[in-house]
Design a protein around this ligand. Structure first.
Ligand SMILES: N[C@@H](CCC(=O)N[C@@H](CS)C(=O)NCC(=O)O)C(=O)O
Length: 336
């Protein structure tokens, strides 16, 4: 009798916790009325507050797009600025609903950290920046260099691997805060700053006293596919964040922009009709309004628009971040 009761109690507890998990993030987000999004502390083009305190960047747009899909209102987001070291704990503990912070998709993070990467919003790779006056033209000349690097990043491991593979040595200067690590580099405390090439372009453009005094070396030593991340165990939320990213890519492929999507509500193209929710029930399949993707594009724009607004002004080119139809890697599975 006692055993049977215990089994029954356990079954109820397991059921309660699985239903709690299955629905929890979307329900919690809906009941509090906003998406809590973990972002960078301030990386121009990815996530940074502007002079009026409004967050801007492609990662910020990923957050705004989720709010547009869930609430039909891209402003329903609150931002949690996180260093590389803080970001995964913030997601695991439930402090944030989603992490959109130039975070590289790796097998370790995707499995043992209990996280799910939803896709890629920027294909990147690790590089090196040096002061021009050093006259260095290749990373192979960096033997013995002092190198500034942030902890809790893929950067640290790649750096060690690259130097070992090339039989070179280096002295790491490991500093957690972006402000402090870039100050250390720009003040000459290290010879080299290494991070994702996007981070080098961004910090050179926005933080260097004289950007032209610094060169980014030609070697790209790793693959850094950056993308939004959610917790394991909530497939509904995972679907929403994943298909919101794909909707921004698909909109670009379909030629839908924030400017023209309204007139496309009456399009006769079947793919566009489904996308804007004029036909089918794609939104409902995700517990969202059928206008979820329409709202994303109307309020945030397609992926190309987000790139043009946030990254192009800093000198970024589309390159491999172009659509697959334009020779790049950006490819959304069918929205049908
Ligand atoms: N993509 C790499 C590196 C990400 C990273 O944290 N990069 C630094 C250098 S640009 C950064 O964003 N720092 C900003 C901060 O600490 O707030 C990763 O996921 O580990």
């Amino acid at each position: 009798m006692k055993v049977r009761l215990a089994v029954a109690v356990c079954a109820v507890a397991a059921f309660a916790s699985s239903t709690l998990h299955a629905q929890s993030t979307l329900d919690a987000v809906k009941s509090k009325g906003y998406v809590q999004c973990g972002v960078n502390t301030g990386l121009a083009g990815f996530s940074q507050p502007d002079s009026r305190g409004a967050w801007k960047g492609i990662d910020v747009d990923a957050c705004r797009a989720i709010a547009a899909a869930v609430f039909g209102d891209a402003t329903k987001v609150r931002y949690t600025p996180l260093t590389a070291q803080q970001r995964f704990t913030a997601l695991q503990s439930g402090e944030i609903d989603v992490l959109a912070r130039n975070t590289t998709w790796t097998v370790t993070r995707d499995t043992s950290l209990g996280l799910n990467f939803v896709g890629v919003n920027y294909y990147d790779g690790q590089g090196f920046m040096v002061p021009k006056k050093l006259g260095v033209t290749s990373a192979k000349q960096l033997n013995g260099a002092t190198i500034c690097v942030q902890p809790g990043t893929t950067t640290e491991l790649n750096l060690a691997d690259y130097f070992r593979a090339n039989k070179m040595s280096f002295k790491p200067v490991v500093i957690e805060k972006l402000e402090e690590v870039t100050n250390a580099y720009f003040s000459g405390r290290c010879d080299v700053f290494t991070t994702d090439v996007s981070g080098l372009v961004s910090t050179r453009g926005s933080r260097a006293p004289k950007p032209a005094d610094h060169v980014i070396l030609p070697e790209v030593i790793s693959k850094e596919p950056l993308g939004p991340v959610v917790r394991h165990g909530d497939d509904r939320w995972y679907d929403i964040v994943k298909w919101t990213l794909f909707a921004m890519l698909e909109a670009e492929e379909l030629g839908l922009t924030s400017k023209n999507i309204e007139q496309n509500l009456t399009s006769t193209n079947p793919s566009i009709q489904r996308f804007v929710g004029a036909t089918g029930d794609i939104g409902k399949m995700m517990s969202l309004d059928n206008r979820w993707a329409y709202n994303v594009v109307k309020q945030v724009g397609n992926y190309g628009e987000s790139f043009e607004t946030n990254l192009a002004p800093l000198g970024f080119e589309r390159g491999i971040n172009n659509l697959w139809t334009n020779g790049g890697l950006m490819y959304a599975p069918p929205i049908r």
